[in-house]
Write a protein of this length. Structure first.
Length: 443
């Protein structure tokens, strides 16, 4: 069977009906079908509506495959990273001097030599979506000069629109896309105790976007009403098409805010005030008199597990030994001897050169385990990457897709059978450095 060319792929894409899987082509086109297998020499076999038999497609003509089967969240709260960079959401069963046993809902129990593990992060949880929209103005308190149009809240002059989110968690991620017609004159208040957008004695945060730049401030009911937290010295004129994607992450426990613009971390700060705003209201404010001056869309509020951010910033220390970091940020170097379970609670036995006996540290108090570094063979890094729900990734040289299972041979784990509903996408390495592994948001 001769692999399909780019011209034939375009013809098929125009004729087939929508199907389960979506193949994103390197030239920007898309193809729908059901992927059956990928061979080590780079051939994708897929069922396409226009062909009577399975079609063969050159893998280098496909940038990514998004699988249409319903994705399931397996709820694991531990992330194990292998020496080749693959990430496995899992639960720890036991740890010995030579290996770790884990359980997974999507691949069953696995036993992994410790030499093949770099990091184990505990306390990772899927993020729950609180709100995604807007789809209409239901539940929004519309003041002056705002309306809904084509999936966006649109300002027609000076005024505000607000909404209370009673299920807003203590730590959250708040993202939106903002488009402006000329020069933005825009504010968004969050964790607000009021739906008003005026000054006064209120406890909340707000981000303002204007011709002078972008800034996040703390508004307080105390004597000093306003405190500058994050300033982005970037001209509004540098944003292409007069739009930007903003994400604000708030870590309630550490009173820390992080601001991302178009996926890049632009600043972070700690709230200097002792009383944390406990409000649940979001307010959008336009101070521009021009009609349709601002368009707010792609609003997403979701739970944010700040532990993941802490994990990425933790220093593992000496690569020639194991390391354990607890939830307080304290690091211990030495050797992780084993784990023990008593009364359904796991404890790690960690031998530090600073103590005569092994420390017994409850797993519930551990943030990250680092294992002594070993050399990684190049053959352990396969060219294909499967993106899993729960921010996991797993490499493969080839794989076969059945109705309910994905079969592959992993260079470190051996033959694997994954539940099909854990696999979100497939693409070739390298995974883009700017792109975190795919996440699964629990609805």
């Amino acid at each position: 069977m001769k692999p399909l060319t780019s011209a034939v792929l375009i013809l098929i894409a125009l004729q087939i009906p929508l199907s389960a899987d979506e193949l994103e082509l390197a030239d920007g086109g898309k193809l729908n079908g059901v992927v059956r297998s990928i061979t080590p020499n780079g051939i994708i076999t897929a069922d396409l509506a226009i062909t009577d038999e399975p079609a063969e497609i050159l893998a280098d003509k496909v940038s990514r495959v998004r699988f249409g089967k319903a994705i399931r969240n397996y709820g694991h709260d531990t992330m194990l990273t292998l020496i080749n960079g693959d990430r496995l959401p899992c639960d720890i069963t036991s740890i010995s001097e030579s290996e770790m046993m884990i359980s997974t809902g999507y691949a069953g129990p696995l036993t992994i030599p410790r030499k093949n593990i770099t990091t184990v992060q505990l306390g990772i949880r899927p993020r729950k979506t609180i709100y995604s929209g807007p789809e209409d103005l239901n539940h929004w308190d519309v003041g002056n000069n705002w309306h809904f149009e084509d999936g966006a809240l649109v300002s027609d002059g000076s005024g505000s629109v607000s909404r209370e989110f009673k299920d807003l968690p203590d730590s959250f991620s708040f993202s939106l896309q903002l488009k402006w017609a000329d020069k933005p004159m825009f504010k968004v208040f969050f964790s607000s105790d009021s739906s008003t957008s005026s000054g006064g004695n209120h406890d909340r945060y707000f981000m303002q976007v204007g011709s002078a730049g972008i800034e996040i401030k703390r508004q307080s009911s105390g004597k000093n009403s306003y405190h500058s937290l994050i300033v982005v010295n970037r001209s509004i004129d540098t944003f292409k098409d007069r739009k930007a994607n903003f994400e604000i992450r708030f870590d309630h426990r550490q009173q820390r805010l992080l601001l991302y613009i178009d996926g890049q971390l632009e600043g972070q700060a700690t709230d200097p005030l002792p009383m944390i705003p406990e409000g649940k209201t979001v307010v959008f404010r336009s101070d521009a008199s021009k009609a349709e001056a601002h368009r707010v869309s792609s609003i997403l509020l979701r739970e944010w597990d700040a532990a993941g951010e802490r994990h990425r910033s933790e220093d593992r220390g000496d690569f020639g030994e194991d390391a354990l970091i607890n939830n307080k940020g304290e690091r211990f170097g030495g050797r992780l001897q084993e784990s023990k379970v008593s009364k359904n609670a796991m404890t790690f036995l960690f031998k530090s050169p600073l103590a005569p006996e092994a420390l017994q540290i409850p797993a519930a108090e551990v943030s990250t385990l680092f294992f002594e570094k070993t050399d990684t063979e190049e053959s352990a890094t396969p060219p294909l990457v499967l993106g899993l729900s729960g921010s996991g990734t797993i490499g493969a040289r080839s794989c076969t897709f059945g109705p309910d299972k994905v079969e592959l041979t992993h260079p470190l784990l051996g033959p694997l059978k994954l539940n099909r509903d854990v696999v979100m996408m497939l693409q070739r390495r390298p995974w883009p450095e700017s792109q975190e592994p795919p996440t699964y948001d629990e609805e």
